[in-house]
Design a protein around this ligand. Sequence first.
Ligand SMILES: [Zn+2]
Length: 325
Amino acid sequence: MSLQEDLKKNTGEEEKRLRDRGEKSFIKRKREVRAKMILFNSSLALIIILIVLVGKVVSLNTADNKTETVSEKTAQEMNKEEKQEESKEKSKEQEEQPEPEATKMPEAVQTAAGGTSRWIRKDLDANKPMVALTFDDGPYAPVTNKILETLKKHDAKATFFCVGNRIPSYSDVVKKAYNQGCQLASHTYEHKVLSTAKKKQITWQLKKTDNTLQNVIGCHTTALRPPGGFVNDKVRKTVNVPMVCWNVDSEDWKSRNTKKVLKRCNSIKDGDIVLMHDLYPTTAKAVETLVPKLCKKGFQLVTVDELFYYKGIKTEAGKVYFSGK
Ligand SMILES: [Zn+2]
């Protein structure tokens, strides 16, 4: 073999070796790439599966929320409907409520002043100053009883404008007030603002209270205090007794403070009608001081019917009175 041939052969072998080595590394690389591809693909598949799963969970949640919102809305609507239905039924009930027997005031006991003789003492001095203390929104035994105690102690009378639906719970205190010579009058059955009520409702409120009171004390009411003092033409035409408002407001419901109540009552004059509420212990406490103070000043503490009677005021049904002046 010539040197040239030998060189050629060596080069060929070298090339072959190199080629073999190259192929091997190519195959190795190819394998590596394939492995990476498999890893990549399976990761991708896993990610897709995860995305799909998350997507499903989210969509399920949203669906749940939607259902909740819908059911909430339905519940709200149902509630609203129920309430509407209830109020319809209520107003229907009210309209269908059997009308109590007509309130007829026996002519025989009616005085010239329009009240009944039951509430009027005949032995008072018309020339001495008079004041009518009035108590609204009761009866309420814990407070009304205290006020009655004070009144009894000083032989003083007052007028209680009762909320009709409270009377059955406190019938004992109502009887006690009546037996003490205090006047029991109406403040409607449900503390109803009459100026915004229908004619039928006004009549119902008055008759129901009158009947309830009559069941306890055996006589009719002769005066009404319209809740809040709200009156209009419809009320004037419908109410069958005189309406008694006030000209001195103790604002006891507002202050609930004995000293403040007494201050508001500091300049009481002859013929005044004082507004108070037998709901607050602070009012009962104020009355404890006010009653003897007024008596000492020479005032006669009278019922509203007495005040009108002695002041010569001929009260009429449906008319509003603020004082005995
Ligand atoms: Zn009231």
